[in-house]
Design a protein around this ligand. Structure first.
Ligand SMILES: [Fe+2]
Length: 308
């Protein structure tokens, strides 16, 4: 295998299969307003935890934020006696605001995202005319992950894989036998994420997905969103590589790249933008921080007219 990050990830997953103590405990908090699954992942032996893709509640009409969703995470972490090592973002989300800075204040942990966030900052910094106070070097984050970066969550092995396509900076974080894959794949009956945001690329997405699907069949996959497929009444956010290979409606084994690109592009052209894209992108490109307050001490969200 020439893809060495993939080989390392595969070995890590197989090791966790042999030694069940190396499998993380995963608790998911699902936000039905933005259909986002936030995961708290921990090593049972050391109680070291990682929080992935947290949600800051935001009411568009009033411009008010609330911490109701994030408070549930704080309560769980405290009740379980966990110590938080990382706050991770699989990518700069366009449909919800990140609660990572607030959770960092409550619980600690280093804030990490993919290194290509700088490309996202470049593109959206221009679109929102963010000016010089907005650094486009990823410095809002404590750590920028590159493909193949290995790290530890307590006694558990972890590795980051770069899986661009939905955005240029998407990462999958694999902890023990569990892969947190953001918006690459959705549940098998729902398919895949859109690839039409600035810097997105359907062909790249297909290749990233096929790379993830070459991990062992039993790899647990945890998704960032679910929208309930037609005919399904409950939200779901966990599946396996084997289940996706067998049954994902877009990228099952045997699916053809050109056909996928055609399908994804046609479908994306009909999708409207997420309700919260304006506040989400402006805040998430800043690592979850509000834009610099104006001289009256208030932060504002911009809306570019006829631009997106
Ligand atoms: Fe997303």
């Amino acid at each position: 295998m020439t893809d060495s990050p993939l080989a390392t990830a595969t070995a890590q997953i197989l090791k966790a299969e042999r030694e069940p103590g190396l499998k993380p405990v995963v608790k998911t908090f699902f936000d039905e307003t933005t259909f986002t699954a936030s995961h708290v992942v921990h090593d049972p032996s050391t109680k070291t935890a990682v929080i992935i893709d947290s949600v800051l509640d935001y009411e568009a009409a009033s411009g008010r934020t609330k911490h109701t969703s994030a408070e549930q995470i704080v309560a769980y972490v405290k009740a379980e006696g966990l110590s938080v090592a990382w706050q991770l973002e699989t990518h700069a989300h366009a449909d919800h605001l990140s609660a990572a800075p607030w959770l960092q204040e409550q619980l600690g942990g280093k804030l990490g995202i993919g290194a290509d966030i700088v490309r996202v900052q470049e593109v959206f910094g221009k679109i929102f005319n963010a000016g010089t106070p907005f650094a486009r070097d990823g410095s809002q984050f404590d750590h920028l992950f590159r493909d193949g970066d290995q790290f530890k969550v307590g006694a558990l092995d972890a590795i980051a894989l770069h899986v661009p396509g939905h955005t240029p900076a998407d990462m999958a974080f694999i902890i023990g036998d569990a892969a947190f894959i953001g918006d690459t794949l959705f549940m098998p009956d729902y398919g895949t994420a859109r690839a039409d945001f600035p810097g997105g690329d359907a062909r790249m997405l297909f290749r990233s997905i096929r790379r993830l699907l070459s991990l062992p069949d039993q790899t647990r996959l945890f998704l960032c969103h679910d929208y309930k497929a037609p005919g399904r009444d409950t939200f779901a956010w966990e599946t396996t590589v084997g289940a996706e290979r067998a049954g994902n409606i877009h990228v099952y084994d045997g699916a053809q790249e050109d056909e996928f690109v055609q399908m994804r592009t046609t479908r994306d052209a009909k999708l409207s933008l997420p309700n919260l894209i304006m506040p989400s992108v402006q805040i998430n490109m800043r690592g979850g921080h509000m834009p610099e307050p104006e001289e009256n001490g208030v932060s504002y969200i911009k809306i570019p007219i006829n631009k997106l």
